[in-house]
Design a protein around this ligand. Structure first.
Ligand code: ADP
Ligand code: MG
Length: 611
């Protein structure tokens, strides 16, 4: 006896609906996308009861005739693609032909539509798969789709719906994404008769961000763009100090479609590396354009994921545009230099020293000041240093494994023997200056040390040689139940990192041993933060990523601070480690730690300024 039967269309649609239509917000998203594909200029979304009672989308787009209406609810009915070749270059929001069929199988839907050249409109209804005839009726040019009683024949799904306020916040989120990506459209969102958002056509993106997320967030954004290697990127990014505790304000759009992409989010994190607490999420709005032939959107039913033909290119372009902007911007806030790793009272007030507004200019100015001053007025921290190292010549090339932003003549330096130097100088307790054959280099002491620690930890973890040091006294501290729980679940991770942690009475843990490499970090503070991070991730992060985030955090915490005076020995050690680490590094990361100034560049500068 055969057990296999082919499912009927309505069952197929209901199953598809399970993938595409999760909640009212998914309906809103699909309907908005259809209106955009229909060439609408004005779209109004009306919601009742968080979408549970009703969702109505009214557009002034191209509309459908009677024949199209009869087909619109059929599974795999689409006007947007015809052949498999079309799949290679999708230019519309939809193409799978499942949205209307799905919604029609799980709700009561009415469509009224009229094409521009038609004298009247037509109407069709569908009630959980039961279609009516198409009938003529009156109506404006465009399409109105009304969805009532979503999931009413699927109590299990209906029970899953949250409060109207929660469902509405999901709807608003989808509406906002569309609004950001399509700023030429006039868009309105209403809930229970009240206007939630009105976005006027022709608003700039920055203006829309202000309307949707508030003036405070919008006014702090930096804007930048880049068009290279077949990719156009427009970015609005917040300064590092405005980073958030969640990834909510990380908006990525590819050809006006909101997407989530691990590679791109990684590039964003990299761009901010060393500039803020690694556990935070920078605020970014990225609008990318590239030929649709260069990626595949047909990876996931909701099309929120894409597959790039060349994800490395995307990664490096995003990293470049963001980092370029961050490095050329004065990131000071109220006279303080926000750096994730030191508190306000330790921080260094550079604003009076560095008045020009780009980092490059600030450094140049500081250099000029230094060389301008009479010898007696110069800082007293000049040391001699003969490197003990005499290994093979390190390979040339950039120490950061990613393409660097365009900064002609200011390329981050690779370590080479030509600057195994005689003299160095610490300025403002933050930068180290060295003479090189071509000119001189400026090293950011915190960034460099952070990078060294990160690389060393990576390597020792790989080799299993991360040495931990027993503390003289166990450092005990109180923990919450949630922290205790993640500690129980992640003992391996602590062990791997060389952190020995043991229960020490009720709701108390004690650090018994701590990695020697992190000697500058405070063990309890570090472990607490790590536990918080684990609690926050809720056991969801993949282990590899988590580990790297923790290494990031560790490096940032244990690194020499900006504003910290260093002895000659400490500087010498730093420079020696730089050499060793970079020759052996296999996980290159991050922003430049070193900037080279060539003699050529200096000559140019000084001539221009009359020297
Ligand atoms: P898809 O968008 O993937 O093509 P849908 O199920 O969302 O599939 O829609 C099916 C078809 O119905 C679309 O291809 C389009 O031709 C038509 N359609 C849907 N919504 C509208 C609208 N608002 N205006 C005009 N045509 C529409
Ligand atoms: Mg569609």
């Amino acid at each position: 006896m055969g057990k296999i039967a082919v499912l009927d269309d309505n069952m197929i649609n209901m199953i598809a609906a399970g993938e595409v239509i999760e909640r009212p917000a998914s309906v809103v998203k699909e309907l908005l996308e259809n209106s955009i594909d229909a060439g609408a200029g004005k779209i109004t979304v009306e919601i009742e009861d968080g979408g549970r009672a009703m969702i109505r989308v009214i557009d002034d787009g191209g509309g459908m005739d009677a024949g199209d209406l009869a087909l619109a609810f059929e599974p795999h009915a689409t006007s947007k693609i015809r052949t498999s070749e079309d799949l290679g270059g999708i230019r519309t929001m939809g193409f799978r032909g499942e949205a209307l069929a799905s919604v029609g199988s799980v709700a009561k839907v009415t469509i009224i539509s009229r094409m521009a050249d038609s004298i009247g409109a037509h109407r069709i209804e569908i009630d959980c798969g039961q279609k009516s005839e198409v009938r003529p009726c009156s109506g404006d040019v465009g399409t109105t789709i009304e969805v009532r009683n979503l999931f009413y024949k699927l109590p299990a799904r209906r029970k899953f719906l949250r409060t109207p306020a929660t469902e509405m916040s999901h709807i608003t989120e989808h509406f906002s994404r569309i609004g950001l990506a399509h700023n030429s459209l006039d868009l309105t969102l209403r809930h229970n008769g009240k206007e939630v958002h009105r976005l006027l056509s022709g608003q700039g993106v920055a203006e829309r961000i202000a309307v949707l997320f508030g003036e405070a967030l919008a006014s702090d954004l930096l804007e930048t763009s880049r068009a290279e290697r077949g990719m156009q990127i427009q970015a609005f990014l917040a300064k590092p100090f405005a980073a958030r505790a969640s990834s909510k304000y990380q908006y990525l759009f590819l050809n006006r479609r909101f997407i989530r992409d691990k590679f791109i989010l990684h590039a964003v994190r990299e761009a901010y590396r060393g500039l803020m607490e690694p556990s935070k999420y920078p605020v970014v709005f990225l609008f990318m354009q590239m030929p649709p032939e260069n990626y595949d959107v047909n990876v996931h039913p909701t099309k929120v994921e894409v597959r790039f033909d060349n994800s490395n290119l995307v990664h490096s372009e995003v990293l470049a545009v963001l980092r370029d902007k961050l490095l050329s911007t004065n990131l000071d806030v109220g006279g303080m230099v926000p750096r994730g790793d030191f508190s306000a009272d330790e921080s260094l007030d550079l604003s009076t020293v560095f008045e020009s507004d780009s980092r490059k200019e600030r450094i140049q100015q500081a250099m000029k000041d230094f060389f301008d001053k009479p010898a007696s007025a110069q800082p007293q921290r000049t040391f001699s240093f003969k490197p003990t190292h005499s290994g093979p010549k390190p390979s040339a090339g950039s120490p950061v494994g990613v393409p660097l932003p365009d900064m002609p003549d200011f390329q981050p330096e690779s370590v080479s023997e030509n600057w195994l130097v005689k003299e160095f100088l610490q300025v403002h307790n933050s930068y180290i200056l060295l003479q090189s054959e071509e000119g001189f280099v400026v090293i950011d002491q915190h960034a460099l040390h952070e990078r060294i620690l990160y690389e060393q930890m990576c390597r020792r973890l790989r080799e299993g040689t991360l040495v931990s040091q027993r503390l003289l006294m166990p450092h005990s501290f109180e923990v919450t139940n949630a922290q205790l729980e993640v500690y129980e679940g992640q003992k391996d991770l602590f062990e791997k990192l060389g952190i020995e942690l043991e229960p020490f009475g009720p709701n108390t843990l004690a650090v018994q041993a701590f990695p020697a490499l992190l000697e500058k970090a405070e063990p309890v503070e570090f472990v607490k933060e790590m536990l918080d991070k684990l609690v926050e991730e809720g056991g969801q992060a993949d282990e590899e990523r988590l580990l790297h985030e923790i290494l990031d955090m560790a490096a940032c915490k244990a690194a020499i601070k900006a504003g910290q005076a260093l002895s000659a020995e400490e500087i010498a050690k730093l420079l020696k480690d730089k050499d060793i680490v970079q020759r052996t590094s296999r996980c290159p990361h991050g922003r430049p730690t070193t900037i080279t100034f060539s003699l050529k560049e200096l000559e140019k500068q000084f001539k221009r300024t009359g020297f």
